[in-house]
Design a protein around this ligand. Structure first.
Ligand code: 5GP
Ligand code: ZN
Length: 137
């Protein structure tokens, strides 16, 4: 429990937010400012800042919970699919520093854009990137 963390306070019931899903280690709420109807957040009960800070067994449990929440939200929204995404650190858009997964229901041509701008590597740069990542393990 981090006293200044909004998701810890929701988990403890100190801030009202209906939990649409709960298990021993995780819970889910609907995002107060959704990208799409039914946009849900799947949250571990314990306070850890990012995906990399989660103990591996808790990350596995969070992943399992996200499958259940993903199926329910997809069904409830009458969606054809969904995005499962996570912002880690402020530079990547994380605003609440308690690790959580977003489940965003999607329909064909729903107009949602994540504004990614993929750019191909210049010649030789892909091989350099592969080497840099492989030595970082
Ligand atoms: P992040 O940018 O950290 O990945 O996402 C945090 C999300 O939490 C945002 O989409 C924001 O709308 C949502 N959020 C922040 N405060 C609350 C709250 O008090 N209740 C609910 N239900 N969602 C919240
Ligand atoms: Zn927290």
């Amino acid at each position: 429990m981090a006293a200044d963390c909004i998701f810890c306070r929701i988990e403890k019931g100190q801030i009202p937010s209906k939990k649409v899903y709960e298990d021993a280690r995780c819970f889910a709420i609907l995002d107060i400012n959704p990208v799409a109807w039914g946009h849900a957040l799947v949250i571990p009960r314990a306070h850890h800042e990012t995906w990399l800070d989660l103990p591996a067994d808790l990350a596995a449990d969070l992943a399992k919970s996200s499958q259940k929440v993903g199926a329910a939200v997809k069904k409830a929204a009458g969606a054809e699919g969904f995005n499962l995404l996570m912002n880690n650190h402020a530079c990547a858009g994380q605003a609440v520093f308690h690790a959580h997964l977003h489940v965003i229901p999607r329909k064909t041509a729903d107009g949602i854009r994540f504004n990614w701008t993929p750019t191909p590597y210049k010649p030789g740069q892909l091989d350099m990137a592969i080497d840099a990542v492989m030595v970082a393990f």
